[in-house]
Design a protein. Structure first.
Length: 410
């Protein structure tokens, strides 16, 4: 028998029981569609997390006070201490050559008032390198310059603050009141959107560090030169672990911390957080794919079951074919072709339903990103073909080994 004869015979046999053929393919359809939808959701989520964490800076270290300290047996939070200073930031800049940019910062929240409009927001007092370290880009106006850090009352505002205070205007040159102090807006920033933790990154006002300490935090009685956090970047990602060790050693020396005593600061390595989250989402993607693959295997077992039933039902037909001259290989190829058609047809429909399902998930849940992967779709199609071959071979082999005389007798 030629290939076309085998294909024509297989189609005729499946069409004779089309309802059973459709239900048999349903397991493969669901399995393929589940693979595509779950992997698309998993990879889309991973890509979104990578994008958000990349905005934090893969070459960045953040230094803050130790989250909890104990004095006289009483545990106190980090907000009660200002263990870092501008001097620490300058020492890091001068003594660790691998460090590229450094900035100390203070932060707080207050009402920002412009004319009859007011908006409750957070503010940060920063040094010159802060905006570049954190990837902020100007939309209008200018950033802080050296002369602004002598106590000038100037501000650079985020997109949310600009929109709430000035509507469609840029706000450049306008005067706003933060707390009880008037500031002149010299720049606005391009929007960053929501952070990975659900916080509006654009709802912020930046002012010079010295100005923030004197004008916005004056009543708190801060130690001279105190800062809440220090951020830094390195020129090469490979230097990050080395720089972290050098920073910890330098700060312990400057803070006169005895050997074995706990640090009064903590260094957060953003790249480690990126790697950890990436690994977590990657494992989740594999888990989702594994669950979908199991359903695909179940569909393949359904094909094998139906093909075995078909062999039992068609014993007399098989015996007649063998009696009139068909060889065992012809019978084997016919039943294998039927199994392949079932799995391939289910695979094609599964791919279509999977793509449609992934697009629908992305449409109705905009917070859940979808990333269709051509390699995954191709792999799913190949897997459906392999399913037909693997689960169809045993029934086909069983049919080809029937004795013609015994088959005709039944």
């Amino acid at each position: 028998m030629t290939f076309l004869d085998i294909l024509r015979t297989a189609i005729f046999a499946l069409r004779g029981n089309w309802m059973r053929s459709a239900l048999t393919s349903l397991g493969v359809i669901i399995g393929i569609a589940a693979v595509i939808v779950m992997v698309s959701v998993g990879q889309g989520t991973q890509a979104e997390i990578e994008r958000q964490l990349a905005g934090l800076g893969a070459q960045k270290l953040d230094i803050g006070p130790q989250m909890q300290r104990t004095i006289g047996g009483v545990r106190m939070s980090s907000s009660s201490f200002f263990t870092l200073t501008e001097g620490d930031a300058e020492a890091i800049r001068e003594e660790i050559p691998e460090v590229q940019l450094v900035s100390g910062s203070l932060r707080g929240s207050s009402q920002v008032v412009y004319a009859e409009t007011n908006w409750s927001t957070s503010w940060q007092g920063v040094q010159a390198d802060f905006l570049e370290i954190n990837g902020w880009q100007l939309a209008n106006g200018s950033a802080f310059e050296a002369q602004h850090f002598g106590g000038d009352k100037v501000a650079v505002i985020g997109e949310t603050v600009r929109r709430e205070l000035f509507g469609t205007g840029t706000g450049i040159g306008e005067t706003v009141r933060i707390g009880r102090t008037n500031f002149t807006v010299i720049g606005t920033l391009k929007p960053k959107g929501m952070s990975g933790f659900g916080r509006d990154q654009d709802d912020v006002v930046f002012v010079p560090l010295d100005t923030a300490r004197r004008r916005l935090m004056g009543a708190m009685g801060l130690p001279p030169g105190a800062v809440m956090d220090i951020s830094l970047t390195v020129a090469h990602p490979d230097d990050l672990a080395y720089v972290q060790g050098e920073v910890e050693s330098l700060l312990r020396q400057r803070h006169r911390i005895e050997p074995g005593a706990p640090d009064d600061f903590q260094v957060r390595n953003v790249s480690q957080m990126v790697a950890t989250r990436n690994e977590t989402t990657r494992q989740m993607s594999w888990l989702l794919g594994a669950v979908a693959t199991i359903s695909l295997i179940v569909g393949g077992i359904g094909i094998m079951n139906i093909m075995l039933v078909s062999v039992t039902e068609r014993i007399k037909e098989i015996g007649l074919r063998l009696a009139v001259g068909a060889g065992p290989s012809d019978v084997r190829r016919q039943f294998l072709a039927e199994a392949m058609l079932l799995s391939l047809g289910g695979g094609v429909l599964g791919i279509l339903f999977g793509i449609a399902g992934a697009l629908l998930v992305g449409h109705f849940n905009t917070d859940l990103p979808i990333q269709l992967n051509g390699k995954v779709i191709t792999l799913a199609a190949a897997f459906s073909v392999a399913t037909g071959l693997f689960f169809g071979y045993y029934p086909a082999r069983k049919a080809s080994q029937l004795d013609p005389i015994e088959a005709l007798r039944q």
